[in-house]
Ligand binder design. Structure first.
Ligand code: APR
Length: 246
């Protein structure tokens, strides 16, 4: 299990003007947020076909909301872990640093990261199906079932990207630009199988970025990563910060 943090990796980070970090559910696993495809993953227990797509929501909005409220409760009860905190530290130490996250759990922002690109939305926000407004969670009234938009009365849905839906255009363009221009591209806690997010490491590699992966398991990125560390982000990222700060 390669967890050695090489001098080459630290040197690449020290010389980098711009670093981008793509994160997935794995970076939040040590906080207690379930991943999707791990042994205890959400998709082992729940079917994305029934819960994470628009048709399923229109068929049974109460069930979908019940599931998102279950996930919100988990997320509200956990804390960012040393992996999240390390990235917010790196943002202070590197001229241009961006977190591109597939996670909807808001934990990067709670850890202090400022430059966060949310590719799949944010579970703590809601969107009106009719007027498109974003409605903050704490105002939601579930007393009469599916919550309604306080402005137009339309049905509210969680502001996350479901399977088969387009990613938010602005976020996607920011992510592509970061992958096309960064010196170092970090791939942290993602199985790298869901596109278009999974295309970002390849784009960065092709333009000459130094690719660093951290994951207890091998992924499709492992083949072309310059450094692939087999371990947990919450354990390895703080060590990278320590070595970088020396
Ligand atoms: N540190 C680093 N990586 C970890 C850790 C950890 N502590 N624990 C698990 N992992 C790794 C797993 O080995 C796996 O490769 O994190 C990865 C999690 O993969 P997935 O569960 O597939 O999650 P993710 O890649 O974020 O999924 C992408 O799929 O279901 C959709 O929209 C959802 O954003 C999600 C997207």
């Amino acid at each position: 299990m390669d967890t050695h943090i090489s001098e080459e990796l630290i040197e690449k980070l020290r010389r980098a003007k711009s670093v981008a970090a793509l994160t997935g559910a794995g970076i939040s696993a040590e906080s207690g947020v379930p991943t999707f495809r791990g042994d205890e993953g959400l998709w082992k227990k729940f079917s994305p076909e029934e819960l994470a797509n628009f048709d399923a929501f229109m068929r049974n909005p109460d069930m979908v909301w019940e599931w998102y409220n279950y996930r919100r409760k988990i997320i509200e009860e956990v804390q960012p872990n040393p992996g999240h905190l390390a990235l917010s530290k790196l943002e202070e130490m590197i001229p241009s640093f961006v977190v591109i996250t597939q996670n909807v759990d808001n934990l990067h922002q709670r850890a202090g990261s400022k430059n966060v690109v949310e590719l799949h939305g944010n579970i703590l926000r809601n969107r009106c199906l009719s007027c498109g407004r974003i409605i903050e969670s704490e105002t939601l009234d579930f007393s009469e079932g599916v919550p309604r938009c306080p402005y137009c009365g339309g049905m509210l849905r969680p502001d996350v990207v479901w399977f088969g839906e387009m990613l938010p255009e602005e976020a996607l363009q920011k992510a592509y630009r970061a992958a096309e221009t960064c010196d170092v591209f970090m791939v942290l806690g993602t199985s790298a199988v869901v596109y278009p997010a999974a295309s970002l490491p390849e784009i960065a590699f092709r333009q000459g970025a130094f690719i660093v992966e951290i994951n207890p398991e091998v992924t499709p990125v492992t083949d072309f990563a310059h450094v692939s560390l087999r371990g947990k982000t919450g354990e390895i990222l703080p060590k990278i910060i320590e070595a970088f700060s020396k």
